[in-house]
Design a protein around this ligand. Structure first.
Ligand code: ATP
Length: 197
């Protein structure tokens, strides 16, 4: 039975950077954000349900979802957000669980990693062989987020504080990758992890 690990972490903790390194080291990567886009592609049940809930106006002229319009509708309106996630969340979950099940049916030496930013919040941990959290110290996370998203300090702090804390994610994880150092330190953190998996 092949093994599949969940990978999570806070905003700008370095998940994408870690996944790139894991991929370079032969791991096979799945990504929940990609699945979230796939379940509302043209021709899907998901997109049909969104249209029947929000109307044809939510589509672009080419028939695909107008993501900007959708984001505007659900941004800071919890009722509208719930209408959307009531449609998408079960579809995403079904697909994620299906992939995990299929990997477990395989029998190879590949290490499979599934990135799910809200892994703990959505209770995915029981389905994985183990969960890895990417951890970064608050001040460094803040600096990296401000730089990457071109944000002022207050907006970046608000974004970080609206999420489950890094300390909590660290506590809940089976393995922790500390990304508070530079990229070469991250490389060696990941080498150690791969030896332990
Ligand atoms: P999000 O969840 O917001 O998409 P993420 O967890 O995938 O973010 P990354 O995009 O990998 O995080 O990293 C956030 C920023 O920090 C990026 O600009 C990245 O280049 C930078 N970064 C990541 N790790 C390091 C590191 N060890 N040293 C310096 N910069 C880093």
């Amino acid at each position: 039975m092949s093994k599949i690990y969940g990978l999570t972490g806070g905003i700008a903790s370095g998940k994408t950077t870690v996944l790139d390194i894991l991929s370079e080291n032969g791991c096979k990567i799945f990504n929940a954000d990609k699945i979230a886009r796939e379940v509302v592609e043209v021709g899907t049940v998901g997109l049909r349900q969104i249209v029947s809930e929000f109307g044809e106006d939510i589509l672009l002229p080419d028939g695909s979802l107008d993501r900007k319009k959708m984001s505007k509708i659900v941004f800071s309106d919890k009722t509208q957000l719930k209408r959307l996630t009531d449609i998408t969340a079960p579809l995403i979950r079904k697909r994620i669980l299906n992939i995990i099940e299929n990997v477990h049916l395989l029998d190879d030496k590949t290490i499979y990693i599934f990135e799910i930013p809200l892994l703990f919040e959505s209770n995915y941990q029981p389905y994985f062989d183990a969960v890895i959290s990417v951890y970064v110290e608050f001040d460094i996370q803040l600096k990296r987020l401000m730089k990457r998203n071109n944000l002022d300090k207050k907006s970046a702090e608000d974004q970080i504080n609206s999420q489950m804390s890094m300390a909590e994610k660290k506590k809940l994880a089976d393995y922790v990758i500390d990304n508070s150092g530079d990229l070469s330190e991250l490389q060696s953190e990941i080498k150690t992890l791969l030896k332990n998996l």
